[in-house]
Design a protein around this ligand. Structure first.
Ligand SMILES: Nc1ncnc2c1ncn2[C@@H]1O[C@H](COP(=O)(O)OP(=O)(O)OP(=O)(O)O)[C@@H](O)[C@H]1O
Ligand SMILES: [Mg+2]
Length: 551
């Protein structure tokens, strides 16, 4: 495989048809002198900037002026957004002196240079004698506001103006105030303002500002959600220029939750680490099995997550860490039992984590059960990797005990939660009893998967069970179990078309059975029959003549 990421192309734009159409409609309204302010919202990497760019691309052929500026983290200087916009604008236009003279009258020059001190350098005519007499501060401010408004209106005089504000959540209060004034006055102008913002923190300045505009019906909101599986599939297949296996797609969806940035970064890390391969038989791209659980976190994702976790207090960190041990999904009760935090405090912490977009409620239909999950599987993996290994062993063990107690002797419940029990017992600390339970639940989970025709899952459970059994001291009981698991494994390997491995598993089972005289004659015959069933298919595959093509 070529491990140079730049050899792969990831420029296809997928989905977002509804959003593009909506932006198009607002733009059409602008041609009719009906201005709008639209806010594109969503978590990091969801595609706010890309959507804006794709929209701007779609209107490129029309005569339109675009003016752009950003909000910056920890912004303190007032109106810097506008300074950036005007600098961008003046450095990109061709100097048509007559047009500039219309655009920049005396008042405009004096007011704009309050935020773009070098303004006169952009102006090709003599400005040396331009000055205005000062007004009292309040009026001075109003004149500044009005001049800026007028300047924007002049920019939209010949054709509609699109004002793009990136990362609005970082703007500082004075900028917000001026922006409110402008948005209010753009309603009857051919001006479309497109702003992007990450999830606005509840009750933050930006959040309240938006609510204020919403009350006045001055804002249209586009909330971007993650890409749907078909979109991810097209995106990644365009990247590889070939098809993708079902399991690879499923893994990628689970790992990235359909966030385009995470998809880009995961593909980059995967290519660099050689985690993917092209299966020539199936003619599809696959992920190597050893990477399914252990792909290294791409650095960008790591920093995105760290940024998200910054500023959490100790208790929230603890709750998140414990939740990460429980799994992608968890219920509050279990969390309370292992955390020993009072339920009121736990609820408060949970609410805060939801607002911070780290957790979310599983789904409305689960509302009664209060099941929550991480907004991203990657966040859980990150937290999990950071935890102390000894702590994780203890916690998994504790969770397994709690789950088992909850199920009691209720077979249905046990059947439902058998995978969770297998998961926590196999990762928890081991003594004689828990080792036995680990093997027992892994075997049961394997049987359940087999019943549900999920052979590759069953294979994983049985492989794990064998691993644990092999670490047990020798005993007749151990061999009896090993025999059973090997026989089951043989079955799933046959079903998966891995006949050579199936025969090996059956033969191992027979050997163990014979050593301890575990096998009644009928059982031995049964296993031989199974070998016989697997053997010819496997053998024939190797003996098949090449395909003859008749002319
Ligand atoms: N619909 C899409 N199809 C294909 N790629 C996409 C899509 N949306 C976003 N991307 C890609 O995902 C990456 C992240 O997108 P983008 O920068 O637009 O996210 P963002 O929401 O603006 O994030 P941030 O909040 O960090 O600014 C980019 O490389 C972008 O090209
Ligand atoms: Mg962005």
């Amino acid at each position: 495989m070529n491990s140079n990421y730049s050899n792969y192309k990831l420029d296809l734009f997928v989905g977002r048809e509804k959003e593009l159409k909506f932006l198009g409609e607002l733009f059409d309204l602008a041609w009719d002198n009906k201005g709008s302010f639209v806010l594109i919202e969503g978590e990091t990497g969801i595609g706010k900037t890309r959507l804006t760019e794709e929209f701007l691309k779609s209107i490129r052929s029309q005569e339109v002026t675009v003016i752009r500026g950003h909000g910056y983290h920890k912004e303190i200087s007032p109106y810097r957004l506008f300074s950036e916009m005007f600098r961008n604008y003046f450095s990109s236009i061709n100097y048509d002196t007559r047009y500039l003279a219309l655009l920049l009258d005396n008042l405009t020059i004096v007011n704009l240079e309050k935020i773009v001190p070098e303004l006169r350098e952009y102006i090709p005519f003599d400005t040396s004698r331009i000055a205005t007499s000062p007004l009292p501060p309040k009026e001075e401010k109003q004149r500044f506001y009005d001049t800026l408004l007028l300047f924007f209106l002049k920019l939209s005089h010949r054709s509609p103006l699109v004002v793009n504000i990136e990362d609005l959540h970082w703007l500082e209060p004075d900028t917000f105030e001026l922006l409110r004034y402008l948005v209010h006055n753009f309603r009857k102008a051919p001006i479309l303002v497109i702003a992007t913002a990450r999830g606005l923190e509840h009750d933050s300045f930006a959040d309240n500002w938006i609510s204020g505009l919403e009350d006045q019906r001055l804002v249209r909101r586009i909330k971007l959600s993650t890409l749907i599986p078909e979109e991810v599939k097209s995106l990644v297949e365009a990247f590889f220029n070939q098809e993708l296996s079902e399991s690879f797609l499923k893994w990628l969806l689970g790992y990235t939750a359909g966030n385009p940035l995470f998809i880009h970064e995961t593909l980059r890390a995967g290519i660099e680490q050689n985690a993917f391969f092209f299966d020539p038989v199936e003619s599809r791209w696959e992920i190597k099995r050893e990477y399914v659980e252990n792909i290294l976190e791409p650095a960008t994702i790591q920093s995105v997550i760290q940024r998200r976790l910054q500023g959490l207090d100790k208790e929230s960190r603890k709750v998140l860490g414990l939740a990460a041990v429980v799994g992608d999904k968890f219920d509050l009760q279990t969390l309370q039992k292992i955390s020993k935090i009072s339920s009121t405090r736990l609820r408060r912490t949970k609410e805060d984590l939801i607002i911070r977009n780290l957790l979310q409620k599983q789904s409305e239909k689960d509302a009664e059960e209060e099941i929550y999950r991480f907004t991203h599987h990657i966040i859980r993996l990150h937290l999990y990797q950071e935890l102390d290994p000894e702590f994780k062993l203890n916690m998994h063990h504790r969770i397994a005990l709690i789950l088992e107690k909850e199920c009691g002797k209720n077979k249905e419940k046990l059947f439902q939660r058998v995978e969770d029990l297998a998961h926590h017992y196999s990762r928890g600390k081991k003594d004689g009893i828990s080792l036995k339970k680990t093997v027992s639940f892994l075997t049961q989970a394997g049987l359940k998967a087999q019943k549900q025709y999920s052979e590759s899952k069953a294979e994983q459970y049985y492989d794990q069970a064998i691993g644990f059994l092999e670490s047990c001291p020798s005993s007749k009981d151990k061999d009896r179990k090993l025999f059973q698991v090997l026989e089951n494994l043989g079955e799933v390997e046959t079903a998966l078309g891995k006949q050579d491995m199936a025969i090996r598993s059956y033969q191992k089972a027979l050997k163990i059975g014979r050593t301890h005289n575990l096998l009644p004659r009928f059982k031995e015959a049964q296993i031989h029959r199974k070998i016989g069933y697997a053997y010819p298919i496997w053998n024939m595959r190797n003996l098949l003549p090449p395909v003859i093509v008749w002319a």
